[in-house]
Every structure is written in structure tokens, then in C-alpha cells.
Write a protein that binds this ligand. Structure first.
Ligand SMILES: Cc1cc2nc3c(=O)[nH]c(=O)nc-3n(C[C@H](O)[C@H](O)[C@H](O)COP(=O)(O)O)c2cc1C
Length: 199
């Protein structure tokens, strides 16, 4: 059964509403390792050897974070910079992550309607996430369509609960080696080409 490493990066988790709701109970899911980067490394002193060991022990890598200035909070960027080393994660001898699966999960204050050419943010969420997609691909990972919970400030408690249920369903499906086609009812962001089975 594939093992899932959920790398979570939120600099103000104690003030979070959306991500608290999404993550409630996730730690109890079998085969899911929840790793809160800001809790582990408040001074940004990332233990690279430990992070590499964790990566090797898992099959699905989740980058989960609130969307900050069209990107990730700085500790996740730092994690990418220092952990995904040349000739380990990429480069002529770098194949440690080959054939793993990468899922990015984000929460955005902006509603889905502002993430398009006619909207205030001009570009789709997938377009903003291209550097992450390409990072995963350079490391030989399959980058799944991202899962985004948008318009967080306006979500009702019931809507939040539905998103949390959907997120947990995605994690369970990935753990059970589902293909993305099996997850077609989930609201993935959808402008990524469909070469995405993980089995
Ligand atoms: C520093 C900062 C930058 C943000 N940048 C964006 C952004 O670029 N796009 C967006 O839609 N929301 C942005 N937001 C809103 C957050 O994404 C939103 O508040 C968060 O996802 C809600 O989740 P939470 O309740 O778990 O904190 C930003 C918020 C902060 C504090």
C-alpha cells in the first residue's frame, strides 16, 4: 500500500480556520505521515538528512499550504531549496524521487472566479503553480492536478466540512493506489494534461 507523506507549511496555523478543518483527523489515517514543517523548523534549520529519509520512506508526497502571494510560504520554498539536492533529487545521478507521486494542496483567499484571464488575478491557479509542477517533474515525480480550496473567507462551516471530507477521500484513494480517473468526482484544478495514473 503506498505511503503518503503530508508536508504541511503554514506560518500561522494557530490562527488558521480552513487548514485546521482540512487537517482534522488526517494524522489518524493509516499510512499517512503528517509532518508540520513550521512546527519542526521554526528557525528554518531544516534537517536535510531526516527529510530525505522521510521522502525515501514514502510513495506519495503532498505539499499542503495556504497560497501566499501566488506561491507557498517561505519555509516550504526553503525545504525545496535545501532538500531536493542536485544528484539526489535531480541531475545525472539524482533519481531518489523517481516515480513517486506529488500532490499539491492549497487554500486560497481568492475565489475561483478571480483565477482566470477575465478575473482579478489574470491567470489560473495551475498557471501560478507551474514552478511546483516543473520541480516535481524535474525530480521524476508525477505531478497530479492540484487540489485547491478557494474563497476560504466565505466558506460556511458546512462547505468546509465537505472540502475536508473530499480531501480525506483523495488521501485514502491515493493510499489505495487509485488512478486520478477514479477521483473524477473530486474538484481538482483541471488544466493539467491527463497523463496522470499513479498505479
Ligand atoms: C501573506 C499572505 C499572502 C496571501 N496571498 C494570497 C494570494 O496570493 N492569493 C490568495 O488567493 N490568497 C492569499 N492569501 C489568503 C490565504 O491564502 C488564506 O487566508 C488562507 O489560505 C486561508 O487558510 P487558513 O484559514 O488556514 O489560514 C494570503 C494571505 C496571507 C496572510
Amino acid at each position: 500500500m503506498p505511503k503518503i507523506l503530508l508536508l504541511f507549511a503554514h506560518p500561522r496555523y494557530e490562527q488558521s480556520r480552513t487548514n485546521h478543518a482540512l487537517l482534522r483527523g488526517v494524522g489518524e489515517l493509516a499510512e499517512v505521515t503528517f509532518h508540520d514543517l513550521y512546527e519542526a523548523y521554526p528557525e528554518f534549520d531544516i534537517d536535510v538528512a531526516y527529510e530525505k529519509k522521510l521522502l525515501l520512506e514514502h510513495d506519495v508526497i503532498v505539499w499542503h499550504h495556504p497560497f501566499y502571494w501566488y506561491s507557498c510560504p517561505p519555509l516550504l520554498k526553503q525545504w525545496i531549496d535545501v532538500v531536493l539536492e542536485f544528484n539526489w533529487a535531480y541531475g545525472p545521478k539524482g533519481n531518489a524521487l523517481a516515480d513517486k507521486t506529488c500532490l499539491q494542496v492549497i487554500t486560497t483567499g481568492g475565489g475561483s472566479e478571480v483565477y482566470c484571464s477575465a478575473g482579478r488575478n489574470n491567470y489560473s491557479i495551475n498557471t501560478f503553480l507551474r514552478p511546483f509542477e516543473q520541480t516535481a517533474r524535474l525530480c521524476g515525480m508525477r505531478y497530479l492536478p492540484p487540489y485547491a480550496v478557494t474563497g476560504t473567507h466565505k466558506l460556511t462551516d458546512e462547505e468546509l466540512r465537505q472540502h475536508a471530507d473530499e480531501y480525506h477521500r483523495i488521501l485514502i484513494s491515493l493510499r489505495e493506489n487509485a488512478s486520478v480517473a477514479d477521483l473524477k468526482d473530486c474538484e481538482f484544478q483541471d488544466d493539467i494534461p491527463p497523463q496522470l495514473t499513479i498505479s
